[in-house]
Design a protein around this ligand. Structure first.
Ligand code: MN
Length: 385
């Protein structure tokens, strides 16, 4: 008998006895979850593409391929709508959908780099890289949601008139019971978007706002620029400042007037150091507690892409180092979305300053993840069933 007999079972033998341990892995769990997701809608899309786009040339073995692309393949082909959702030409029919993507090509509220008017276009284009299925979430959006892209709001070269247009567009979609998802656009749009939702809802709405900046000034350069939306949004009687939570704040671009308004208005500002100190889960818990307090009926989600560390988002109006890392930010969004939101905006993607579309891609990712988290948590599905 050698000394090794006292060492018990070898590593591999032990692992064989504990084979069920692999199910502790989320990666394996999600692979198993995939088996339960139907493929009905995806099959319909393929069949329709062959019908409308004609059968492929005889030499092509895969008969799901069509002559003209009418489905999400190849990624480099096709006319981009957001996440390949059908373009809804007749917006009077928006109530037939669970989710509507609304482009808001507006950047005259910017105080440094402009370019966010091209944000919707860039996010639509890069969103072609995404299938409808997310591995981590175990959700296939095509199977769970009816989504449409209603195109862009007709914005005008005038801030206040554009606000009126955005207000009308978001009100129309939200009043039909469809989740409005705004592709910004600079952050000034936050005010008309919240005003629309608060007016249609008629009950208290909370706001969760991810940003490096407070955006709480009354005016900037005498106008309601992208540094002002939350001052005006929290003036709406049923969107009170006590229910505004601002997460990720910090750095050298926060005007002192905004900071003074945190105290005056009694909003909740959560610094990026709080994320570091308390962790994402705890911060999300605090944010949800504050946003939903006092009988809030719904929570609106505003995501400024500059809340992420500037290294990940070069294509934005006011980049600031030290923000959320992508995995932290996405985790925070997951925790917020699971409780349900009534609308979302993704703002400040400025393609002229972007590198390899990475800012637009992260913006797209935030939106897709929020939708999948809501579906997974049962907060969104074929017309809320
Ligand atoms: Mn910002």
């Amino acid at each position: 008998m050698g000394f090794f007999d006292n060492h018990g079972l070898s590593y591999r033998q032990k692992k064989a006895l504990e084979s069920e341990r692999t199910t502790d892995l989320l990666g394996i769990e999600q692979a198993e979850k995939e088996a339960k997701i139907p493929e009905v809608e995806n099959q319909k899309i393929l069949r329709r593409s062959v019908e409308y786009g004609l059968e492929a040339a005889p030499s092509i073995g895969d008969r799901t391929i069509s002559t003209f692309t009418r489905e999400p393949r190849p990624a480099y082909a096709g006319i981009p709508t957001f996440l390949r959702s059908p373009f809804l030409e007749d917006v009077r029919r928006v109530g037939e959908y669970d989710v509507a993507f609304i482009g808001v090509p507006f950047d005259i509220g910017t105080t440094y780099r402009a370019g966010a008017r091209f944000g919707p276009e860039a996010m639509r284009r890069i969103s072609k890289l995404y299938t409808s299925y997310s591995y981590e979430k175990g959700v296939d959006l095509a199977e769970s949601l009816n989504m449409c892209d209603v195109g862009d709001v007709f914005t005008i070269a005038n801030i206040e008139k554009s606000f009126d247009q955005i207000y009308k567009a978001v009100s129309h979609v939200f009043a039909q019971g469809t989740l409005p998802v705004m592709l910004g656009g600079d952050h000034a749009i936050g005010y008309p978007c919240v005003r629309a939702i608060a007016d249609v809802l008629g009950e208290k709405v909370g706001i969760i706002h991810m940003d490096r900046h407070l955006d709480l000034q009354e005016t900037d350069m005498d106008e309601r620029m992208h540094t002002t939306p939350w001052f005006h949004a929290t003036n709406i009687p049923n969107a009170p400042p006590e229910n505004l939570v601002q997460v990720g704040i910090g750095g050298w671009q926060v005007p002192r007037e905004s900071v003074q308004n945190v105290r005056k208005l009694n909003t909740t500002a959560i610094s990026i150091f709080d994320i570091e100190r308390l962790g994402v889960e705890k911060v999300a818990e605090i944010a949800l507690e504050k946003a939903w307090q006092g009988g809030a009926k719904a929570v609106y989600l505003s995501v400024d892409i500059d809340s992420f560390d500037a290294g990940f988002v070069p294509g934005t109006g006011w980049p600031e180092p030290g923000g959320f890392l992508p995995r932290e930010g996405l985790k925070f969004l997951d925790l917020v979305a699971r409780e349900g939101i009534c609308g979302m905006e993704l703002v400040e993607v400025s393609p002229p300053y972007d590198v390899s579309d990475q800012t637009a891609l992260l913006g797209t990712r935030c939106i897709a993840d929020v939708l999948a988290s809501m579906v997974d948590a049962g907060k969104l599905g074929k017309k809320f069933t």
